[in-house]
Design a protein around this ligand. Sequence first.
Ligand code: TRP
Length: 362
Amino acid sequence: MNTTIPTPPSADALGVSAAQARNAVLEELIHQNPGRFRVLTGDRPTGRLHLGHYFGTLHNRVRLQDLGVEMFVLIADYQVLTDREVADNLAGHVEELVLDHLASGVDPARSTIFTHSAVPALNQLMLPFLSLISVAELSRNPTVKDEIAHSRQSAVSGLMFTYPVHQAADILFCKANLVPVGQDQLPHLEVTRTLARRFNDRYGDGDAVFPQPDALLSSAPLLLGTDGTKMSKSRGNAIALAATADETARLIKGARTDSERRITYDPANRPEVASLLLLAALCLDRTPQQIADDIGSAGAAALKRTVTEAVNEFLAPLRARRSAYARDRGYLRQVLREGNARAAAVADATLTEVRTAMNSRT
Ligand code: TRP
């Protein structure tokens, strides 16, 4: 199959198999005692979230929250500047992210939603952390290397090079011990673990100031966009959670398929058809094979009708909640204000501990 997706770093380079092995143990522990976990998770505010995000991350966040795990949801506004010079419409994008989370079921009474630019003490942790990692280590990070190779910027900024350290501050300010991530984020989590260990060794005086957080690897299958490449806002191939039913229908109608009439689930040889089947299956809580069997030789048009209906029906309640929240800007601002205040209190306490450990408190 001819594809335009650039080769990502190999699973081996990212440390995928070790994380996978650890996942089963972690899930068991979460079910036994959700109260011993604190999750930090987040996204960069670059626009509305889409179905790939929903099944990849949002859905899992709500699951963990509802199991009783304490959760911090970061809107990583400073991180937007890693691969672009200007963060367009930042306040608008932050609001879209809050809306997508509330509509999906993240409950601000139980989970803390915040932006990192509103939490000064979090950002200050970056300075001691930067002193604990070498330039050589920073330059070996396979995900950063990959992003630099595909960056649309002419020069690599200092922030691009050091944002994994910033991410360590994002995670460690609240002493999160569990971070749900996709494969590409595993090297960053390794940086966080390394920094936590080095800080404890150098300044902990026998006590661990920071936990060494575990990655909880996302098990969601990769959804392709309507053009057969990775679903992504910037490619115009993504079905936004906030899209209308008509926009959704139009996007799916234009989706790429192949010329074979009989619909089969064959991800290796028919990736576009398989991804549409998978999308319907996720929305209908069935298997892609069952849906393929139902459609049989009715062809791509029937497949697209099935997918459109499944997606629109699945998203209808979420979309209704989303527009209700969107009409209440005062509430949105309150959610962020309270989340930021809660995160700032936690960050202040951690920074005080850090300064005490480093002997820099007078
Ligand atoms: N890098 C993540 C992304 O682009 C967002 C992020 C920022 C993050 N800080 C984090 C994720 C800390 C997990 C932990 O999606």
